[in-house]
Design a protein around this ligand. Structure first.
Ligand SMILES: [Zn+2]
Length: 445
């Protein structure tokens, strides 16, 4: 008998959803060599090399590894936790430079973690809105700053931050695009419609789409965590302004990362989280303690009245309605969670985000694309991650039931592969349960 070639793998018999938007393919064969897909197609039409190790995947669904486009990494828990739940790539949208450097070094040594894409330090205007951000005084400083980020720090894109205004945003978008980098934004001082016209690729947090509708009076009256919800419930999604905004986002193909998770999980708290994760992704004890820490006060419902909870609940219903409108209008909706915000469990939180996107009106297929092929396009990594096409990284999942019928199928992971290697999830699970959450760092959201 010939010995097997350890660089080769064939997964045979599963129903393949390749993340490109193509119809699922029954009884498929996926062949991997040296961590990349070298063939995918119907059984009998794909040449399977000799000495290949074969995985019998009949009855399973084979989907690309999932991508969470909105996370903040730390050095202790978040790296290993993502692949445990099938998230094989993440986009960090704001962490300390030293954290990313250390994680990249650890990944290079083979430690299990998702592929790391990061947007560098948040780019602000005037003075930084938090310690992890950097600010430019004006558009003139932008080219040097982005050169430093790309050439010196190895960023995969740029994130504009809350105080950026039109001239700086225009300069950032032009310079980043000239260098092949995508630009996202979490913006307050610049309206989403103007950002779209300036050519931004992506906007974070569906609540920012309501900021223009919040009266100055209401904005002055509300502070802290209540602010993201103020005035949202009464916003009219059928108003000419709202329609114009949605139409502008669609015309400019601006992807929206709604991050429904961070709008709901922190204020609904521990009991809701137990209901969300119960039975499939238990929350480790250390994390329960961590999320009650005063460090997270900027997201906790401190001093909330019953009326505040009602306002938040109505606002969240509006956020979902808005996501439904975006989807119907052809705006690319993509998946991101803001993990590890309180009760947004790294990895598992993304599955719950996809569930919420389905509740908001996405089909299961569209929700799955939001975390695979469509997410990869936002990263400008089409063909590398998020799809199982020739030459792509062989990051994929086998699940027991059909996620196109019920997205919750993703909670029943049978196996996780990264670069064609099956992850042994048991040791990761044990480490995850034992972990002591990291000492608090400065916040970002
Ligand atoms: Zn965030």
């Amino acid at each position: 008998m010939q010995t097997q070639d350890p660089s080769l793998l064939a997964v045979v018999g599963a129903t393949l959803f390749d993340g490109t938007g193509a119809a699922p393919l029954a009884d498929a064969v996926l062949v991997v060599r040296a961590g990349r897909v070298i063939a995918a197609g119907p059984r009998g039409r794909v040449a399977v090399p000799e000495r290949v190790r074969t995985v019998d995947a009949r009855g399973k669904w084979l989907v690309p590894g999932l991508i969470d486009l909105h996370v903040h990494l730390d050095e202790v828990l978040t790296p290993g936790a993502f692949p445990l739940f099938g998230v094989t790539a993440v986009r960090d949208v704001g962490s300390r430079l030293v954290t990313l450097q250390k994680l990249r070094a650890r990944a290079a040594k083979g430690e299990p973690m998702p592929r790391l894409f990061w947007m560098g330090r948040n780019l602000d205007e005037g003075k930084p809105s938090w310690s992890g951000a950097v600010a430019v005084k004006g558009a003139g400083e932008v080219p040097a700053r982005i050169a430093e980020m790309q050439d010196g720090q190895g960023v995969d894109g740029v994130k504009l931050y809350v105080s950026a205004r039109a001239a700086v945003a225009r300069a950032v978008i032009e310079e980043a695009h000239r260098r092949g980098l995508p630009v996202t934004g979490h913006l307050h001082d610049l309206t989403p419609g103007v950002a779209a016209q300036l050519g931004i690729d992506n906007l974070e947090h569906v609540f920012t789409l309501f900021s223009a509708q919040l009266s100055r009076e209401a904005a002055r009256r509300t502070t802290g965590t209540r602010r993201a919800f103020a005035g949202v419930a009464t916003a009219d999604l059928d108003s000419p302004a709202a329609r114009r905004l949605i139409e502008t986002l669609a015309r400019h193909r601006v992807a929206i990362t709604p991050t429904l998770s961070v709008s709901e999980m922190p204020y609904r708290g521990e009991r809701h989280a137990d209901a969300v994760y119960g039975g499939w992704a238990d929350i480790p004890r250390g994390w329960r303690v961590h999320w009650k820490d005063a460090y997270w006060s900027f997201l906790q419902p401190l001093g909330w009245t019953p009326g505040d909870y009602q306002t938040a609940q109505r606002a969240n219903a509006q956020f979902r309605r808005m996501v439904g409108r975006l989807e119907a209008a052809g705006v690319p909706v993509v998946a991101g969670t803001d993990a590890p915000a309180p009760w947004v469990l790294p990895g598992a939180g993304l599955i719950h985000e996809l569930e919420m996107l389905v509740q908001a009106g996405l089909s299961c297929r569209s929700a799955l694309l939001a975390a695979t092929g469509r997410a990869a396009a936002v990263l400008r990594r089409t063909g590398e991650v998020g799809t199982l096409v020739l030459g792509a990284r062989a990051d994929f999942l086998l699940v027991d039931t059909d996620p196109l019928k019920d997205i919750r199928a993703l909670k029943r992971l049978y196996a996780v592969y990264q670069s064609g290697q099956e992850r042994d999830r048991l040791p990761v699970r044990r480490a995850f349960d034992r972990i002591q959450p990291p000492p608090p760092q400065k916040p970002a959201s």
